[in-house]
Design a protein around this ligand. Sequence first.
Ligand SMILES: Cc1ncc(C[n+]2csc(CCOP(=O)(O)OP(=O)(O)O)c2C)c(N)n1
Length: 298
Amino acid sequence: MSTQPAADVDAGEVDRLEEIARRIRVELVRAVNHARAGHLGGPLSAADLLAALYFHVLRIRPEDPDWPDRDRFILSKGHSSIGLYAAMALRGYFPVEELMTFDAAHSRLQGHPDMTRLPGLDMSTGSLGMGISAGMGMALGARLTGRDSRTYVLLGDGECQEGEVWEAAMAAARHGLDNLVAIVDHNKLQQYGWPGDGPDGRIPPQVPGELVAKWTAFRWRVVEVDGHDMAAILRVLAEAGRGDGRPVAVIAHTVKGKGVSFMEGHYFWHTRAIKPEEFAIAMADLGEPLPTGQGAPA
Ligand SMILES: Cc1ncc(C[n+]2csc(CCOP(=O)(O)OP(=O)(O)O)c2C)c(N)n1
């Protein structure tokens, strides 16, 4: 649940988006369970951000995905594709049932986003670090063509270890791209990490405060937000991208595996096949208990 919505955020809209985020989580866990493969921890940590973006922030037309004046969205942490697909399906880009084709050889819904297959994707991603460079180019392109279009890029905190992220960050600041918004899903875990004294016995990708310091040093405007507090997310994104001559970095504090009790905060749920009894618990956690006898624990 979110904290008390501020006066500037409509409480009904917050409730609507929280329910959509819950549905995104349900659909993505179902699809990964069905595929017997795929990522879970990262898509679950990003679900609230994706709900806010696809159902409130982005100016998009699912029925006209190539609309030239649309806002652009790039899932730079492309391994979280199933979260993006769930948001897109619920928003009307394609039938929700198609999510069950996730990761199949001939599906449009590949393990990593493929813009040559699925209309509505602005970029193919999966090789970490590249999405923000493409987003920088799109933001520059919007300015050169005089379009009032913003570009939003969702990155992982582990991904921020890639040097290319900082090349793009430096160039975006140099060009004063205040139509560019980078959102970092700061769940403090990556794929395996390194054993150590941190969350889940791992060294986190950054020390506390490091991302704020680094994006600030690269001359971006930086805001921090609880990435599971819908009202706070809406407030922050309402201001981002309407800038003061600087690109904006939103550091969203999140929990890997958010919403599924036994996945929360555990790096090994980055990607793992779900057992039937685990699937039943996950669905119950997400408010969609399975009918008795369908994988329910004894
Ligand atoms: C260039 C590159 N190196 C390695 C990988 C393999 N890989 C996929 S996800 C991942 C961890 C990413 O961690 P983070 O960005 O924190 O993602 P999240 O925790 O949000 O899932 C790695 C190393 C990759 N996709 N691309």
